[in-house]
Design a protein. Structure first.
Length: 204
């Protein structure tokens, strides 16, 4: 039996539509880039530019994407699975590829782990399931919670995983990239332009 407060929260989350994140967030290329059999994702940093990179682990191999352009910059179709399974690697990491070869990337997704759910300047992310097993991803600003304040001003329902299993959602360690991964696709937003430096500042 759920409480009256819980019922009010459920009705609140169900009643609002999915909308894009507010400025300064912008989508990376098209929304919901298809990646069949996606198992998990993890963030890394490009050694030459300082840009956020996202590594995708799927049943078809591993891929590495630039989060500013959406470009796939490295691909391994036949990775060593013995070096990237929860039983063999307790910290849920996988070997990097391309420009981050020789490092390991912690992966969040089907087998556990997690991404950052807050940023240093007050953005926060919450996953709710008012219509379980479907998940909704909620973004909040200035430390606000989706439990209060108007939708579209203090918080935003940015993703509805009503068609595929949610794998993970969260921010990069820099706080400049936001990712939502399901078993069938990857969605990315950034708040830094392609001309910006590692700290997000654009050179004059």
């Amino acid at each position: 039996m759920i409480s009256e407060y819980q019922q009010q929260l459920r009705e609140r989350f169900v009643s609002v539509p999915e909308i894009p994140p507010p400025a300064p967030w912008s989508p990376v290329l098209s929304q919901r880039n298809p990646i069949g059999g996606l198992l998990g994702i993890g963030f890394a940093v490009a050694p030459d530019t300082g840009h956020d990179l996202v590594m995708v682990v799927s049943v078809d191999g591993h891929g590495l994407f630039d989060t500013l352009t959406g470009e796939k910059i490295a691909r391994d179709r036949d990775p060593d699975l013995d070096d990237c399974t929860p039983d063999a690697v307790p910290d849920l990491s996988c070997p990097g590829l391309g420009p981050i070869a020789g490092t390991r990337v912690r992966i969040a997704g089907l087998f556990g782990g997690g991404l950052h759910t807050t940023t240093s300047d007050g953005w926060s992310l919450e996953v709710v399931s008012p219509e379980w097993p479907h998940h909704r991803v909620l973004l909040s600003a200035d430390g606000g919670m989706p439990h209060r304040g108007p939708h579209g001003e203090r918080w935003w329902h940015i993703f509805d995983s009503n068609y595929s299993e949610l794998r993970t959602a969260g921010f990069s360690p820099s706080g400049l990239t936001l990712a939502v991964a399901t078993s069938s696709d990857l969605t990315l937003w950034t708040r830094r332009s392609a001309e910006a430096g590692p700290t997000g500042n654009t050179d004059a």
